[in-house]
Ligand binder design. Structure first.
Ligand code: ZN
Length: 112
């Protein structure tokens, strides 16, 4: 159900930015810690966008890295994947905070 709400928000945002032109392509950034599945988003998009200028838009997912911050040494670094037992690259601490990479964001849209 989370994907449903997310897709609704992404669609609303895309429609707002489309200036009433037909949307051809939607570029999304997806972080390695996001729990959303691409195929679910595609599925809901198809359903929600039906009859709107967003219908038939191609969804393109770009995988972005997650930014982590170490709570012990304050170092920041990037992770490409959600790995088990991730440690700080500098001091090997396991006290990490996720700064970004746990969501799906609308980067841009291409209109007709
Ligand atoms: Zn550290």
């Amino acid at each position: 159900m989370h994907e449903f709400t997310l897709t609704q928000n992404l669609l609303d945002l895309a429609l707002k930015n489309a200036d009433s032109k037909r949307i051809l392509r939607v570029n999304l950034l997806i972080g390695p810690f996001s729990h959303e599945r691409e195929d679910s988003i595609q599925f809901y998009w198809k359903d929600l966008a039906k009859g709107s200028i967003g219908a038939g838009a191609e969804l393109h997912f770009e995988h972005v890295k997650a930014e982590m911050k170490c709570l012990d040494c304050s170092g920041t670094f990037y992770l490409e994947e959600n790995e088990e037992g991730t440690m700080c690259k500098y001091c090997f601490s396991a006290h990490l905070q996720l700064l970004s990479g746990d969501d799906v964001r609308l980067e841009s849209i291409e209109v007709e």
